[in-house]
Design a protein around this ligand. Structure first.
Ligand code: AMP
Ligand code: MG
Length: 520
């Protein structure tokens, strides 16, 4: 195994002076050195070949004993110094103080083909940031993170990646539903990869501690390494940096809205400074289109992180980041202006995104109301978002009466498609057909364009659960099947048609499918 190490993070930023792996407040440091835990019987379950290639590794490398040991934390690769990062965060709207990598351990950074990647293990044992928990991860949540991060990449959504999924061979005790029923589950470790795992919370912790010196070090480092085009540190550069982060955050959330992804825990410690989707916990995919839906049972009461609220929460989180950067800028107004621009940009970009889902190339004054009426219609009866938009691409403007038939598969209960519901759909299809007359693009070309933004295959909640149930019984083949399927989410893949289907009824209220807790 030959990796080209390039450890900018630990080489540039202050380390925790204390070397013991004890739980504590870590001040004036960006990270603590820590050694991953030895595990009983590590076993690789899956490796992402695309990610291997990105890191400059071969398939043979991934079959070596060293690979297995390094990417399960059982061997510290020569001359590397694993570390856990210090960050804080606002959780569910409240400042939670120091959080940090409680069960993530960064192994090293690798440079390959002029790209630098931070490589980290999730579930490899405790760190100074583990607070009251064990630093471990269970198989079910690891399968979910592994499959979803790669699936999101192939959907074109900015995300952290995954290199490998392994069993630790240890048993991990979890109270899955937080109801007093703890049970042992298989422990697992995912190797995650990203240009950087820095979060809003890394900046917030220094601001909260009024440690402006280290805040500045971290901000300057982030700009130099990840936003070098912004130039040398100055107030203007810091503002430009904040503007870039707002843009990237917004773009990421617009992508989530486009594909129907609900993150589930948009705490500021789960917001990447690079605008990447990070920390796949109790996330979920919309099946029936529903702005109020959240997969996270911990959030069931207030639904803070529901689908329709993600753009607002993005803004709320950016407001917290603005507060954290304020000591370096000391002027509120330009920060507020950037936050205000987010709202305007959100309307603009989400409108563009919806127009692309409908295959509209030109702009018309009535497009806003066409889209509004569509969204209202999607809420009339339970309507599968993915199937609806995918099948809509087959609509022919000369045949608007066929509209409801074309999207029929998207309705969970076709018997509800009567009376007022059917009238409203027919009226909408008629409007849509009229509107399409203004477009010069042919039905065939429009279909192609729509199919490039409306995925056919997403990791429906029940699909991940089927892979988990099989894996619990020692059968790992479904992990690979879904992994391969989701590499081409926009392709037809006729032999995979069984995954282009509404959620089966058994999954409607099943734990793991529609109900997920933060326990992982
Ligand atoms: P999350 O809700 O998964 O984003 O986690 C919030 C914080 O709790 C982060 O600091 C995590 O590192 C930490 N954490 C979550 N699960 C564990 C665990 N099993 N052991 C130690 N720390 C954890
Ligand atoms: Mg997290």
């Amino acid at each position: 195994m030959n990796l080209n190490f390039d450890n900018t993070f630990i080489d540039s930023l202050p380390a925790d002076a204390v070397k013991e792996n004890t739980r504590r407040q870590v001040e004036q440091a960006c990270y603590s050195f820590v050694t991953p835990k030895q595990t009983a019987k590590p076993k690789l379950l899956h490796v992402s070949e695309a990610m291997l290639e990105q890191l400059g590794l071969s398939k043979e490398d991934s079959e070596s004993d060293t690979f297995l040991k390094v990417f399960t934390g059982n061997e510290v690769y020569q001359n590397t110094k694993p570390y856990a990062m210090c960050y804080g965060g606002h959780q569910f709207g409240n400042w939670a103080g120091q959080l940090g990598d409680g069960r993530a351990i960064n192994l090293f950074e690798v440079n390959h083909n002029n790209k630098r990647w931070a490589v980290q293990l999730k579930g490899a044992g405790e760190t100074p940031y583990s607070r009251t928990a064990d630093g471990l991860a269970v198989l079910r949540s690891s399968i979910r993170e592994y499959l979803c991060s790669e699936a999101m990449h192939y959907l074109g959504v900015p995300t952290t990646r995954a290199l490998s999924l392994a069993l630790s061979g240890d048993q991990v005790l979890r109270d899955m539903l937080y109801n007093g029923n703890s049970a042992y589950e298989k422990g697992a470790i995912v190797t995650r990869v990203a240009p950087s795992f820095l979060r809003f919370g890394n900046f917030e912790i220094f601001a909260a501690r009024q440690d402006v010196e280290n805040l500045k070090k971290l901000v300057d480092f982030t700009i130099k390494e990840y936003y070098p085009e912004l130039g040398e540190p100055s107030k203007e550069t810091y503002l430009a940096f904040f503007k870039q982060v707002t843009n990237r955050t917004l773009d990421m959330i617009i992508h989530w809205q486009r594909v129907g992804f609900v993150h589930g825990v948009m705490n500021t410690d789960n917001m990447s400074i690079l605008g990447l989707t990070i920390d796949y916990g109790p996330y979920g995919w919309l099946e029936g289109f529903d702005y109020g839906w959240t997969p996270n049972t911990t959030d069931r009461e207030h639904k803070r992180y529901r689908y329709g609220n993600q753009p607002n929460i993005g803004l709320w989180n950016l407001f917290k980041l603005a507060n954290a950067l304020y000591p370096l800028i000391e002027e509120a107004e330009p920060l507020e202006d950037i936050l205000d621009a987010y709202k305007v940009d959100f309307d603009k970009k989400s409108f563009e995104m919806m127009r692309s889902k409908l295959g509209l190339e030109t702009e018309d004054v009535f497009d806003k109301s066409l889209i509004q009426d569509l969204e209202d219609n999607l809420l009339l009866i339970e309507t599968d978002m993915t199937i609806f938009f995918r099948n809509l691409s087959q609509f022919k403007k000369e045949n608007y009466l066929e509209g409801t038939q074309i999207v029929e598969d998207a309705f969970y209960k076709s018997e509800e498609l009567t009376g007022e519901v059917i009238n409203r759909w027919q009226a909408w299809f008629q409007r849509y057909a009229d509107r399409l007359q203004q477009e010069s693009i042919s039905d065939e070309s429009r279909k192609e364009k729509m199919n490039a933004v409306n995925p056919k295959y997403v990791l429906r909640n029940y699909m991940a659960q089927l892979a988990i149930d099989a894996a619990d019984n020692g059968n790992y083949s479904l992990i690979d099947e879904l992994f391969q399927l989701l590499k081409q989410p926009y392709a037809e893949q006729p032999n995979m048609e069984k995954w282009f289907a509404k959620r089966p009824e058994w999954a409607r209220h099943k734990v793991g499918c529609s109900m997920l807790s933060c326990s992982s």
